[in-house]
Design a binder for this molecule. Structure first.
Ligand code: PMP
Length: 454
């Protein structure tokens, strides 16, 4: 028996609690039920087709519908569906994937610690960074992060993150986390700031040094940041930012943890955000594009510097039942094989990327758009009430949410972060998909403008 959309919605309302969802509104409106996907398009239970400019949740880098990944999962399930990696045990896919990751990531990373989500990988980073310093006889507990950063939703990862709405819910965060400003130049200008882009980048980077000095360098274990902040509104730092961060981390000897959950696997047009911004990290978080979202899988890449500290006669008491899950690892291996053999990242960078950037530039002309920015395959459109002065909308106007809903109606998936519309399409987006995007986004912006002025 096939369930009707109505029936599915009723069951969903009755039994399913959704992540990051207003449950009252969900009960009133019901969920959009996605039933299938191909390439860069998804379809819902009513047969409506959407251009998915968000790659699901920034993860389906390779595109939907790659049967090779399904076959890799099925073959592994038949061979060995599960075994753990605790207590000196290993299985083939985890070993092979760790080797492949050592090959594709920057040279200092030669070891992978597996998990199942970006959140638990960042929890691993907290534990690993503190353990690293303990192993050297130092008690460095502080992790410095940035406001509006997103590092996940577990207690540790949400404490690391800088999302005010998350911090406001649910009581005390973990101790030993401090936050500094984000390099969000558009917001600086919008609030009347007058620094040049480079001055602002240097100022926000130097906030790290101020915080280190405030806490005392001997108490700081690590700084964690996304190369480009994703969920915080696609904040693309000026090129002066990362070298300054790097200099400060080196000077004070603190570990640099690079959260590549969104930026990894081609999102920036390079294999990793660390490649795009020449960041030399000590720890790196991978998830999402690691398996293109086909399986829940994450990894912390551990540099030789940190790995050396683990090489001692002591057990690092940390890990998950599903660390290095063979099915997830087999799927990720196949994903990486396809990325390499088909040169998906290099082909996209040399081809459709220019078309996507030109398309976004066209949308930048729209009266509702104060700024369009993009690096590789991650970009944003800032919605403004007055283009000439980049004046923001009143919060109550809910410009972003309204635009997002209109996009959905028009068969286009973009996400709203406040009044910033963000996009991160699969890397296999084609020229004709970009044209579809520009047409649908332009139409949605027109309709949003009408709705907001009406
Ligand atoms: N880090 C970053 C940069 C992310 O964007 C996300 C998820 N959007 C996470 C960590 C958390 O990953 P997960 O949802 O898999 O726990």
């Amino acid at each position: 028996m096939t369930l009707t959309t109505e029936k599915l919605r009723a069951l969903d309302r009755a039994h399913h609690l959704h992540p990051f969802t207003n449950h009252h509104r969900l009960r009133e409106g019901g969920a959009r039920i996605i039933t299938g996907a191909e390439g860069v398009h998804v379809r819902d239970s009513d047969g409506k087709r959407y251009l998915d400019m968000m790659s699901g949740l920034w993860c389906v880098n390779i595109g939907y519908g790659r049967a090779e990944l399904a076959r890799a999962a099925a073959a592994q399930m038949e061979e060995l569906p599960y075994y753990n990696s605790f207590f000196q045990t290993a299985q083939l896919p985890a070993v092979q994937l760790a080797e492949a990751l050592a090959e594709v990531t920057p040279p200092q990373y030669n070891r992978a610690f597996f998990g199942t989500s970006g959140s638990d990988a960042n929890d691993t980073i907290v534990r690993l960074a503190r353990y690293y310093w303990q192993a050297q006889g130092e008690k460095r507990e502080f992790i410095i992060s940035r406001r509006n950063a997103y590092h996940g939703s577990t207690v540790a990862a949400s404490s690391l993150g800088g999302m005010a709405a998350m911090h406001a819910q649910g009581g005390p965060l973990i101790p030993g986390v401090a936050h500094i400003a984000q390099p969000y130049y558009f917001a600086h200008r919008q609030s009347g700031g007058e620094l040049s882009e480079e001055e602002f980048a240097l100022q926000t980077a130097r906030a790290l040094e101020e915080k280190i000095l405030e806490l005392g360098a001997g108490r700081v274990a690590a700084f964690i940041a996304e190369p480009i902040q994703g969920a915080g509104g696609v904040v693309i730092p000026h090129r002066a930012y990362w070298p300054e961060i790097q200099r400060i981390c080196k000077k004070h000897g603190i570990l640099l943890a690079v959260d590549e959950v969104i930026c990894g696997f081609g999102r920036t047009g390079e294999w990793f955000g660390s490649d795009a911004f020449a960041i030399e990290g000590d720890l790196m978080t991978l998830a999402k594009g690691l398996s293109s979202g086909y399986q829940p899988l994450s990894a912390v890449m551990v540099s030789d510097r940190v790995a050396a500290a683990l090489d001692r006669d002591d057990e690092f008491s940390h890990g998950y039942t599903y660390s290095g899950h063979p099915v997830a690892c087999a799927v990720a291996l196949e994903n990486i094989r396809i990325l390499r053999d088909e040169r998906i990242i290099e082909t996209a960078r040399g081809g459709v990327m220019a078309h996507l950037h030109a398309g976004l530039q066209t949308l930048a002309e729209h009266p509702l758009v104060g700024e369009a920015r993009i690096t590789g395959f991650i970009g944003a459109l800032e919605l403004v009430a007055d283009k000439s002065g980049n004046r923001a909308f009143e919060k109550s106007a809910q410009a972003g949410v309204r635009c997002r809903d209109i996009c959905f109606d028009n068969g286009l998936v973009m996400r709203a972060v406040g009044d910033t519309m963000v996009l991160a399409p699969p890397l296999v987006i084609r020229r004709e998909d970009v044209e579809e995007f520009v047409e649908k986004a332009g139409r949605s912006l027109d309709e949003t403008q009408k709705a907001l002025s009406g």
